[in-house]
Write a new protein. Structure first.
Length: 516
Protein backbone atom coordinates (compact mmCIF):
# COMPACT_ATOMS: atom_id res chain seq x y z
CA UNK A 1 0.00 0.00 0.00
CA UNK A 2 2.82 2.38 0.91
CA UNK A 3 4.43 1.75 -2.49
CA UNK A 4 1.24 2.80 -4.29
CA UNK A 5 1.01 5.98 -2.22
CA UNK A 6 4.57 6.89 -3.15
CA UNK A 7 3.84 6.26 -6.83
CA UNK A 8 0.70 8.42 -6.60
CA UNK A 9 2.67 11.23 -4.95
CA UNK A 10 5.32 11.11 -7.68
CA UNK A 11 2.60 11.23 -10.32
CA UNK A 12 0.98 14.25 -8.69
CA UNK A 13 4.32 16.04 -8.49
CA UNK A 14 5.06 15.29 -12.12
CA UNK A 15 1.68 16.54 -13.28
CA UNK A 16 1.96 19.62 -11.05
CA UNK A 17 5.33 20.44 -12.57
CA UNK A 18 3.91 20.19 -16.08
CA UNK A 19 0.89 22.31 -15.26
CA UNK A 20 3.02 24.93 -13.50
CA UNK A 21 5.17 25.38 -16.55
CA UNK A 22 2.03 26.25 -18.57
CA UNK A 23 0.56 28.82 -16.14
CA UNK A 24 0.77 32.33 -17.62
CA UNK A 25 0.96 34.21 -14.29
CA UNK A 26 2.33 33.10 -10.93
CA UNK A 27 1.46 34.72 -7.59
CA UNK A 28 4.63 35.78 -5.73
CA UNK A 29 4.97 36.06 -1.95
CA UNK A 30 4.87 39.63 -0.62
CA UNK A 31 6.85 40.91 2.38
CA UNK A 32 3.97 43.26 3.34
CA UNK A 33 0.17 43.08 3.55
CA UNK A 34 -0.39 46.46 1.88
CA UNK A 35 -1.67 47.83 -1.41
CA UNK A 36 0.96 48.14 -4.14
CA UNK A 37 0.73 50.99 -6.64
CA UNK A 38 3.58 50.80 -9.12
CA UNK A 39 6.36 48.51 -10.38
CA UNK A 40 9.50 49.42 -12.34
CA UNK A 41 12.69 47.56 -13.27
CA UNK A 42 16.05 49.31 -13.44
CA UNK A 43 17.45 46.33 -15.39
CA UNK A 44 16.46 42.75 -16.20
CA UNK A 45 17.01 41.51 -12.63
CA UNK A 46 16.61 44.55 -10.38
CA UNK A 47 13.13 45.90 -9.82
CA UNK A 48 11.12 47.95 -7.33
CA UNK A 49 7.51 48.03 -6.16
CA UNK A 50 6.10 50.92 -4.11
CA UNK A 51 2.90 51.22 -2.15
CA UNK A 52 1.28 51.51 1.26
CA UNK A 53 -1.75 53.46 2.41
CA UNK A 54 -2.35 57.11 1.66
CA UNK A 55 -4.44 58.53 4.49
CA UNK A 56 -5.51 58.26 8.11
CA UNK A 57 -5.98 56.23 10.16
CA UNK A 58 -3.32 53.92 8.65
CA UNK A 59 -0.75 55.88 6.62
CA UNK A 60 2.06 53.52 5.66
CA UNK A 61 4.88 53.73 3.09
CA UNK A 62 6.86 50.82 1.65
CA UNK A 63 9.41 50.12 -1.08
CA UNK A 64 10.36 46.54 -1.88
CA UNK A 65 13.11 45.29 -4.17
CA UNK A 66 14.06 42.20 -6.19
CA UNK A 67 17.47 41.28 -7.58
CA UNK A 68 16.39 38.03 -9.29
CA UNK A 69 13.83 39.21 -11.81
CA UNK A 70 10.91 39.25 -9.39
CA UNK A 71 11.11 35.74 -7.97
CA UNK A 72 11.62 37.05 -4.43
CA UNK A 73 11.15 40.50 -2.89
CA UNK A 74 12.68 42.13 0.19
CA UNK A 75 11.93 45.33 2.09
CA UNK A 76 14.22 48.31 1.62
CA UNK A 77 11.98 51.04 3.12
CA UNK A 78 9.04 51.13 5.50
CA UNK A 79 7.81 54.19 7.38
CA UNK A 80 4.63 55.37 9.08
CA UNK A 81 4.01 58.00 6.42
CA UNK A 82 1.52 58.30 3.58
CA UNK A 83 2.10 55.72 0.85
CA UNK A 84 3.75 55.93 -2.56
CA UNK A 85 1.92 55.89 -5.89
CA UNK A 86 4.57 55.66 -8.61
CA UNK A 87 8.21 54.77 -9.21
CA UNK A 88 10.62 55.11 -12.13
CA UNK A 89 14.35 54.83 -12.81
CA UNK A 90 16.44 56.85 -15.25
CA UNK A 91 19.36 54.39 -15.17
CA UNK A 92 20.46 51.39 -13.11
CA UNK A 93 21.40 53.61 -10.15
CA UNK A 94 19.07 56.61 -10.09
CA UNK A 95 15.37 56.37 -9.43
CA UNK A 96 12.39 58.29 -8.04
CA UNK A 97 9.36 57.28 -5.98
CA UNK A 98 6.43 59.67 -5.44
CA UNK A 99 3.26 59.82 -3.36
CA UNK A 100 2.34 61.38 -0.05
CA UNK A 101 -0.92 62.89 1.17
CA UNK A 102 -2.16 66.37 2.00
CA UNK A 103 -0.41 68.47 3.23
CA UNK A 104 2.77 66.83 1.90
CA UNK A 105 3.60 65.75 -1.62
CA UNK A 106 6.48 63.29 -1.46
CA UNK A 107 9.37 62.78 -3.90
CA UNK A 108 12.08 60.29 -2.90
CA UNK A 109 15.33 59.88 -4.85
CA UNK A 110 17.97 57.15 -4.85
CA UNK A 111 21.37 57.22 -6.55
CA UNK A 112 22.55 53.78 -5.39
CA UNK A 113 19.88 51.41 -6.76
CA UNK A 114 17.54 51.83 -3.84
CA UNK A 115 19.95 51.30 -0.97
CA UNK A 116 19.23 54.83 0.30
CA UNK A 117 16.39 57.23 -0.49
CA UNK A 118 16.47 61.00 0.14
CA UNK A 119 13.44 63.29 0.41
CA UNK A 120 13.29 66.09 -2.17
CA UNK A 121 11.47 69.37 -1.87
CA UNK A 122 8.45 69.09 -4.14
CA UNK A 123 6.83 72.33 -3.05
CA UNK A 124 3.43 70.60 -3.21
CA UNK A 125 0.83 70.14 -0.52
CA UNK A 126 -1.07 67.47 -2.48
CA UNK A 127 -0.21 63.85 -3.11
CA UNK A 128 1.90 63.21 -6.23
CA UNK A 129 0.33 60.65 -8.53
CA UNK A 130 2.95 59.91 -11.20
CA UNK A 131 6.56 60.57 -12.21
CA UNK A 132 8.27 60.47 -15.62
CA UNK A 133 11.85 61.31 -16.59
CA UNK A 134 12.95 62.12 -20.14
CA UNK A 135 16.62 61.76 -19.18
CA UNK A 136 18.70 61.89 -16.01
CA UNK A 137 18.10 65.64 -15.64
CA UNK A 138 14.59 66.45 -16.94
CA UNK A 139 11.58 64.97 -15.20
CA UNK A 140 7.92 65.63 -14.41
CA UNK A 141 5.39 64.82 -11.68
CA UNK A 142 1.60 65.14 -11.71
CA UNK A 143 -0.75 66.01 -8.87
CA UNK A 144 -4.22 67.35 -7.99
CA UNK A 145 -5.67 70.65 -9.26
CA UNK A 146 -4.12 70.11 -12.70
CA UNK A 147 -0.62 70.52 -11.29
CA UNK A 148 2.51 69.39 -13.12
CA UNK A 149 5.94 70.12 -11.69
CA UNK A 150 9.21 69.91 -13.62
CA UNK A 151 12.91 69.54 -12.81
CA UNK A 152 15.85 70.21 -15.11
CA UNK A 153 18.60 69.25 -12.64
CA UNK A 154 17.79 65.70 -11.64
CA UNK A 155 15.26 66.59 -8.96
CA UNK A 156 17.32 69.05 -6.93
CA UNK A 157 14.79 71.78 -7.73
CA UNK A 158 11.20 71.55 -8.95
CA UNK A 159 8.91 74.24 -10.35
CA UNK A 160 5.28 74.33 -11.42
CA UNK A 161 4.40 74.65 -15.12
CA UNK A 162 1.28 76.03 -16.79
CA UNK A 163 -1.22 73.26 -17.59
CA UNK A 164 -4.39 75.31 -18.03
CA UNK A 165 -6.12 72.52 -16.09
CA UNK A 166 -7.63 72.29 -12.62
CA UNK A 167 -8.39 68.57 -12.25
CA UNK A 168 -6.47 65.67 -10.77
CA UNK A 169 -3.86 64.34 -13.19
CA UNK A 170 -3.11 60.61 -12.98
CA UNK A 171 -0.42 59.82 -15.55
CA UNK A 172 2.18 61.52 -17.77
CA UNK A 173 4.26 60.35 -20.76
CA UNK A 174 6.74 62.05 -23.11
CA UNK A 175 7.41 60.74 -26.62
CA UNK A 176 10.49 62.98 -27.05
CA UNK A 177 12.11 65.84 -25.11
CA UNK A 178 9.55 68.33 -26.45
CA UNK A 179 6.26 66.44 -26.74
CA UNK A 180 4.36 65.09 -23.74
CA UNK A 181 0.87 63.98 -22.73
CA UNK A 182 -1.03 63.73 -19.44
CA UNK A 183 -4.43 62.30 -18.47
CA UNK A 184 -6.69 62.71 -15.46
CA UNK A 185 -9.88 62.19 -13.55
CA UNK A 186 -12.40 64.00 -15.72
CA UNK A 187 -11.22 62.12 -18.76
CA UNK A 188 -9.02 64.95 -19.94
CA UNK A 189 -6.01 64.50 -22.22
CA UNK A 190 -3.60 67.42 -22.34
CA UNK A 191 -0.49 67.88 -24.46
CA UNK A 192 2.73 69.90 -24.45
CA UNK A 193 4.96 70.64 -27.46
CA UNK A 194 7.53 72.79 -25.65
CA UNK A 195 9.19 70.41 -23.19
CA UNK A 196 6.32 70.57 -20.70
CA UNK A 197 6.42 74.31 -20.06
CA UNK A 198 2.89 74.84 -21.39
CA UNK A 199 -0.01 72.48 -21.98
CA UNK A 200 -3.24 72.57 -23.98
CA UNK A 201 -6.36 70.37 -23.94
CA UNK A 202 -6.86 67.71 -26.62
CA UNK A 203 -10.09 66.01 -25.53
CA UNK A 204 -12.25 65.22 -22.50
CA UNK A 205 -14.31 62.12 -21.65
CA UNK A 206 -16.93 61.59 -18.97
CA UNK A 207 -14.95 58.69 -17.50
CA UNK A 208 -11.65 59.52 -15.90
CA UNK A 209 -8.41 58.20 -17.35
CA UNK A 210 -5.77 56.44 -15.27
CA UNK A 211 -2.84 55.75 -17.60
CA UNK A 212 -1.29 56.83 -20.90
CA UNK A 213 1.55 55.45 -23.03
CA UNK A 214 2.93 55.75 -26.55
CA UNK A 215 4.71 53.30 -28.84
CA UNK A 216 6.16 56.02 -31.07
CA UNK A 217 5.73 59.67 -31.94
CA UNK A 218 2.23 59.17 -33.37
CA UNK A 219 0.63 56.11 -31.75
CA UNK A 220 -0.60 56.24 -28.16
CA UNK A 221 -3.08 54.60 -25.80
CA UNK A 222 -5.01 55.76 -22.73
CA UNK A 223 -7.20 53.70 -20.37
CA UNK A 224 -9.62 54.44 -17.57
CA UNK A 225 -12.86 53.76 -15.75
CA UNK A 226 -15.67 51.74 -17.32
CA UNK A 227 -13.36 49.79 -19.62
CA UNK A 228 -12.42 52.97 -21.48
CA UNK A 229 -9.61 52.42 -24.02
CA UNK A 230 -8.58 55.20 -26.38
CA UNK A 231 -6.04 55.06 -29.22
CA UNK A 232 -4.49 57.79 -31.35
CA UNK A 233 -2.49 57.32 -34.52
CA UNK A 234 -1.87 61.00 -35.21
CA UNK A 235 -0.08 62.35 -32.14
CA UNK A 236 -3.26 62.91 -30.15
CA UNK A 237 -5.19 65.00 -32.65
CA UNK A 238 -7.97 62.39 -32.66
CA UNK A 239 -8.67 59.44 -30.36
CA UNK A 240 -10.69 56.34 -31.19
CA UNK A 241 -12.65 54.48 -28.55
CA UNK A 242 -11.80 50.75 -28.76
CA UNK A 243 -14.31 48.26 -27.41
CA UNK A 244 -12.53 45.42 -25.60
CA UNK A 245 -15.74 43.80 -24.37
CA UNK A 246 -14.96 44.63 -20.74
CA UNK A 247 -16.50 47.39 -18.62
CA UNK A 248 -14.52 47.16 -15.38
CA UNK A 249 -11.92 49.81 -14.52
CA UNK A 250 -8.66 49.77 -16.47
CA UNK A 251 -5.74 50.96 -14.37
CA UNK A 252 -2.60 50.76 -16.52
CA UNK A 253 -1.55 50.36 -20.14
CA UNK A 254 1.98 49.38 -21.26
CA UNK A 255 3.47 48.16 -24.54
CA UNK A 256 6.46 45.85 -24.94
CA UNK A 257 6.89 46.74 -28.62
CA UNK A 258 4.83 48.23 -31.44
CA UNK A 259 2.51 45.23 -31.58
CA UNK A 260 2.35 43.73 -28.08
CA UNK A 261 0.72 45.56 -25.19
CA UNK A 262 -1.02 44.95 -21.87
CA UNK A 263 -3.88 46.50 -19.90
CA UNK A 264 -4.50 45.85 -16.20
CA UNK A 265 -7.63 46.42 -14.16
CA UNK A 266 -10.13 45.30 -11.55
CA UNK A 267 -10.99 41.66 -10.84
CA UNK A 268 -7.49 40.41 -11.64
CA UNK A 269 -7.85 41.68 -15.20
CA UNK A 270 -4.96 41.52 -17.67
CA UNK A 271 -5.68 42.01 -21.37
CA UNK A 272 -3.08 41.64 -24.08
CA UNK A 273 -2.82 42.50 -27.75
CA UNK A 274 -0.41 41.36 -30.43
CA UNK A 275 -1.79 43.56 -33.22
CA UNK A 276 -1.31 47.12 -31.94
CA UNK A 277 -4.55 47.17 -30.00
CA UNK A 278 -6.95 46.12 -32.76
CA UNK A 279 -8.11 43.22 -30.60
CA UNK A 280 -7.54 42.26 -26.96
CA UNK A 281 -7.57 38.88 -25.21
CA UNK A 282 -8.12 38.30 -21.49
CA UNK A 283 -5.43 36.32 -19.67
CA UNK A 284 -5.85 34.02 -16.69
CA UNK A 285 -4.05 35.52 -13.68
CA UNK A 286 -5.30 33.33 -10.84
CA UNK A 287 -6.57 36.30 -8.80
CA UNK A 288 -9.59 38.59 -8.51
CA UNK A 289 -7.65 41.39 -6.82
CA UNK A 290 -7.26 44.76 -8.50
CA UNK A 291 -4.09 44.91 -10.62
CA UNK A 292 -2.73 48.45 -10.70
CA UNK A 293 0.63 48.39 -12.50
CA UNK A 294 2.61 46.19 -14.91
CA UNK A 295 6.17 46.21 -16.24
CA UNK A 296 7.97 43.99 -18.77
CA UNK A 297 11.74 43.55 -18.96
CA UNK A 298 11.50 41.72 -22.31
CA UNK A 299 8.84 40.19 -24.54
CA UNK A 300 8.11 37.38 -22.08
CA UNK A 301 9.17 38.41 -18.57
CA UNK A 302 6.86 40.71 -16.64
CA UNK A 303 5.75 41.71 -13.14
CA UNK A 304 2.39 43.12 -12.10
CA UNK A 305 1.25 44.41 -8.70
CA UNK A 306 -1.93 45.60 -7.05
CA UNK A 307 -4.20 45.69 -4.04
CA UNK A 308 -3.91 43.47 -0.96
CA UNK A 309 -0.19 42.65 -1.37
CA UNK A 310 -0.64 41.32 -4.90
CA UNK A 311 2.51 40.52 -6.87
CA UNK A 312 2.34 38.52 -10.10
CA UNK A 313 5.13 37.22 -12.31
CA UNK A 314 5.18 35.79 -15.83
CA UNK A 315 7.93 34.28 -17.94
CA UNK A 316 5.67 33.64 -20.93
CA UNK A 317 4.14 37.02 -21.64
CA UNK A 318 1.23 35.99 -19.46
CA UNK A 319 0.21 33.39 -22.02
CA UNK A 320 0.02 29.62 -21.49
CA UNK A 321 3.23 29.09 -23.43
CA UNK A 322 4.94 25.85 -22.51
CA UNK A 323 8.51 25.94 -21.24
CA UNK A 324 10.02 22.47 -21.70
CA UNK A 325 11.60 20.76 -18.69
CA UNK A 326 14.78 18.96 -19.71
CA UNK A 327 15.12 15.33 -18.61
CA UNK A 328 18.27 13.69 -20.01
CA UNK A 329 21.22 13.51 -20.37
CA UNK A 330 21.46 14.68 -16.77
CA UNK A 331 22.72 18.23 -16.32
CA UNK A 332 26.49 18.21 -15.83
CA UNK A 333 26.81 14.54 -16.76
CA UNK A 334 29.90 13.19 -18.49
CA UNK A 335 30.88 10.22 -20.61
CA UNK A 336 27.86 10.59 -22.89
CA UNK A 337 27.73 9.16 -26.38
CA UNK A 338 28.62 11.39 -29.32
CA UNK A 339 25.13 10.48 -30.62
CA UNK A 340 23.09 11.01 -27.43
CA UNK A 341 19.31 11.06 -27.24
CA UNK A 342 18.14 14.35 -25.71
CA UNK A 343 14.82 14.11 -23.85
CA UNK A 344 12.47 16.65 -22.27
CA UNK A 345 9.02 16.62 -20.73
CA UNK A 346 6.20 16.67 -23.26
CA UNK A 347 3.70 19.55 -23.18
CA UNK A 348 0.02 19.63 -24.08
CA UNK A 349 -1.10 20.81 -27.54
CA UNK A 350 2.46 21.46 -28.70
CA UNK A 351 2.86 21.60 -32.48
CA UNK A 352 6.68 21.55 -32.57
CA UNK A 353 9.86 21.77 -30.52
CA UNK A 354 13.15 23.39 -31.46
CA UNK A 355 16.46 22.05 -30.11
CA UNK A 356 19.73 23.97 -29.98
CA UNK A 357 23.11 22.39 -29.19
CA UNK A 358 26.29 24.43 -28.85
CA UNK A 359 29.79 24.15 -27.45
CA UNK A 360 29.29 27.73 -26.15
CA UNK A 361 26.97 28.55 -23.27
CA UNK A 362 25.62 31.69 -25.01
CA UNK A 363 24.75 29.71 -28.18
CA UNK A 364 26.50 32.26 -30.37
CA UNK A 365 27.60 29.31 -32.51
CA UNK A 366 25.10 26.48 -33.04
CA UNK A 367 26.63 23.01 -33.36
CA UNK A 368 23.33 21.32 -34.20
CA UNK A 369 19.66 22.25 -34.29
CA UNK A 370 16.43 20.52 -35.14
CA UNK A 371 12.68 21.13 -35.31
CA UNK A 372 10.54 18.11 -34.47
CA UNK A 373 7.21 17.06 -32.99
CA UNK A 374 8.53 14.42 -30.59
CA UNK A 375 9.87 15.22 -27.10
CA UNK A 376 13.25 13.66 -27.80
CA UNK A 377 16.05 14.02 -30.33
CA UNK A 378 18.90 11.67 -31.21
CA UNK A 379 21.91 13.65 -32.40
CA UNK A 380 23.15 12.33 -35.76
CA UNK A 381 26.63 10.88 -36.11
CA UNK A 382 29.36 13.40 -36.96
CA UNK A 383 27.74 16.39 -35.21
CA UNK A 384 29.45 16.05 -31.80
CA UNK A 385 33.07 15.47 -30.93
CA UNK A 386 34.46 13.31 -28.10
CA UNK A 387 35.88 14.84 -24.92
CA UNK A 388 33.78 18.00 -25.37
CA UNK A 389 31.20 19.80 -23.23
CA UNK A 390 27.98 20.77 -25.00
CA UNK A 391 25.11 23.03 -23.95
CA UNK A 392 21.52 22.43 -25.05
CA UNK A 393 18.09 24.01 -24.76
CA UNK A 394 14.57 23.50 -26.13
CA UNK A 395 11.56 25.72 -26.81
CA UNK A 396 8.01 24.80 -27.78
CA UNK A 397 5.46 26.19 -30.21
CA UNK A 398 1.70 25.91 -29.75
CA UNK A 399 -1.34 27.70 -31.11
CA UNK A 400 -0.57 30.54 -28.68
CA UNK A 401 2.91 31.08 -30.13
CA UNK A 402 6.50 30.09 -29.41
CA UNK A 403 7.51 30.07 -25.75
CA UNK A 404 10.82 31.00 -24.12
CA UNK A 405 13.81 28.69 -24.13
CA UNK A 406 14.08 26.09 -21.41
CA UNK A 407 16.84 26.17 -18.82
CA UNK A 408 20.24 25.49 -20.35
CA UNK A 409 21.79 22.12 -19.47
CA UNK A 410 25.18 20.76 -20.36
CA UNK A 411 26.76 17.35 -20.84
CA UNK A 412 30.22 16.05 -21.75
CA UNK A 413 30.83 13.41 -24.38
CA UNK A 414 32.97 10.30 -23.99
CA UNK A 415 36.66 10.82 -23.45
CA UNK A 416 37.59 8.82 -26.52
CA UNK A 417 36.42 8.04 -29.97
CA UNK A 418 36.56 4.31 -29.37
CA UNK A 419 38.24 2.48 -32.20
CA UNK A 420 38.73 -1.19 -31.34
CA UNK A 421 40.47 -3.59 -33.68
CA UNK A 422 41.70 -7.12 -33.03
CA UNK A 423 41.91 -10.76 -33.95
CA UNK A 424 39.37 -13.44 -33.16
CA UNK A 425 41.53 -15.49 -30.77
CA UNK A 426 43.35 -14.98 -27.46
CA UNK A 427 45.33 -17.31 -25.20
CA UNK A 428 44.50 -15.54 -21.94
CA UNK A 429 42.83 -12.55 -20.25
CA UNK A 430 45.31 -9.65 -20.15
CA UNK A 431 45.45 -5.84 -19.93
CA UNK A 432 48.66 -4.44 -21.44
CA UNK A 433 50.46 -1.22 -20.71
CA UNK A 434 49.31 1.64 -22.91
CA UNK A 435 51.76 3.09 -25.42
CA UNK A 436 53.13 5.62 -25.75
CA UNK A 437 53.30 6.33 -22.04
CA UNK A 438 53.69 9.08 -20.93
CA UNK A 439 51.70 10.72 -23.74
CA UNK A 440 50.38 14.12 -24.71
CA UNK A 441 46.98 13.62 -26.30
CA UNK A 442 46.56 10.11 -27.72
CA UNK A 443 47.65 6.62 -26.74
CA UNK A 444 46.79 2.99 -27.47
CA UNK A 445 45.38 0.52 -24.97
CA UNK A 446 45.75 -3.21 -25.84
CA UNK A 447 43.95 -6.04 -24.09
CA UNK A 448 43.04 -9.70 -24.56
CA UNK A 449 39.77 -11.48 -23.79
CA UNK A 450 39.82 -15.26 -23.46
CA UNK A 451 36.06 -15.81 -23.47
CA UNK A 452 33.28 -13.54 -24.84
CA UNK A 453 31.54 -11.26 -22.37
CA UNK A 454 30.75 -7.68 -21.41
CA UNK A 455 33.94 -5.59 -21.29
CA UNK A 456 34.19 -2.40 -19.24
CA UNK A 457 37.15 -0.01 -19.18
CA UNK A 458 37.01 2.78 -16.61
CA UNK A 459 39.47 5.57 -15.92
CA UNK A 460 40.28 7.05 -12.50
CA UNK A 461 42.51 9.88 -11.29
CA UNK A 462 45.27 9.12 -8.79
CA UNK A 463 42.91 9.79 -5.86
CA UNK A 464 40.56 7.06 -7.08
CA UNK A 465 37.85 9.42 -8.41
CA UNK A 466 36.09 8.11 -11.49
CA UNK A 467 36.96 10.22 -14.53
CA UNK A 468 34.84 8.31 -17.03
CA UNK A 469 34.11 5.14 -18.91
CA UNK A 470 36.35 4.54 -21.93
CA UNK A 471 34.39 1.54 -23.16
CA UNK A 472 31.33 -0.45 -22.17
CA UNK A 473 30.12 -3.21 -24.48
CA UNK A 474 29.99 -6.88 -25.39
CA UNK A 475 33.11 -8.32 -27.06
CA UNK A 476 33.95 -11.69 -28.51
CA UNK A 477 37.14 -13.49 -27.50
CA UNK A 478 40.20 -11.93 -29.12
CA UNK A 479 43.01 -9.37 -28.96
CA UNK A 480 41.97 -5.71 -29.12
CA UNK A 481 43.53 -2.27 -29.50
CA UNK A 482 41.67 0.88 -28.39
CA UNK A 483 42.79 4.35 -29.41
CA UNK A 484 42.30 6.73 -26.50
CA UNK A 485 42.21 10.51 -26.96
CA UNK A 486 42.75 12.36 -23.66
CA UNK A 487 40.95 15.46 -24.95
CA UNK A 488 40.84 18.17 -22.30
CA UNK A 489 42.09 16.05 -19.42
CA UNK A 490 44.84 17.82 -17.45
CA UNK A 491 48.35 16.45 -16.92
CA UNK A 492 48.62 13.83 -14.22
CA UNK A 493 48.77 10.18 -13.26
CA UNK A 494 45.67 8.12 -14.08
CA UNK A 495 44.59 4.50 -13.62
CA UNK A 496 42.65 2.50 -16.19
CA UNK A 497 40.81 -0.69 -15.23
CA UNK A 498 39.56 -3.46 -17.52
CA UNK A 499 36.90 -5.87 -16.26
CA UNK A 500 35.13 -8.63 -18.16
CA UNK A 501 31.99 -10.39 -16.96
CA UNK A 502 31.24 -13.67 -18.71
CA UNK A 503 29.93 -15.76 -15.86
CA UNK A 504 33.22 -15.21 -14.10
CA UNK A 505 34.72 -11.82 -13.40
CA UNK A 506 38.20 -10.79 -14.53
CA UNK A 507 39.87 -7.43 -14.01
CA UNK A 508 43.27 -5.75 -14.22
CA UNK A 509 44.57 -2.20 -13.58
CA UNK A 510 47.38 -0.23 -15.24
CA UNK A 511 48.82 3.27 -14.79
CA UNK A 512 49.03 5.95 -17.49
CA UNK A 513 50.65 9.39 -17.41
CA UNK A 514 49.38 12.43 -19.32
CA UNK A 515 51.89 15.23 -19.90
CA UNK A 516 50.70 18.44 -21.59
Amino acid sequence: MRKYKILLLLLILAVSGELQSQVGWQIIASPYAVNYSSVYFANANTGFIVGGYQSLPYPYRVIIKTINGGTTWTSILQTNNAGLLDVCFVNSQTGYAVGGFEPNGVILRTTNTGVNWSLQNSGLTKEISSVFFINEYVGFCTSDNGIIIKTTNGGTNWYQVNTGNSYYLESIYFTNPLVGYAVGRVGQIIKSINAGENWFSLISYSNWLNSITFTGQDTGYAVGVGGLLLKTSNSGMTWNNINTGFTDEFTCVKFVNLLTGYITGNNGRVLFTTNSGQSWISQTTGTTKKIVSIFYTDQYKGIACGDNALILKTQTGGQPLYIPTLVSPANGSFNNSVTPTLKWRKGNNITSYKVHISSLSNFSVITDSAILTDSQYTVPSGKLQPATTYFWRVNATSAFGTGPWSDVWNFATILTSVEITGSGTADRFELLQNYPNPFNSATNIKFKILNPGNALIKMYDISGRLVGELFNGYLQAGEYNMKFNAGNLPSGIYLYRLSVNNGRSYFDVKKMIIIK
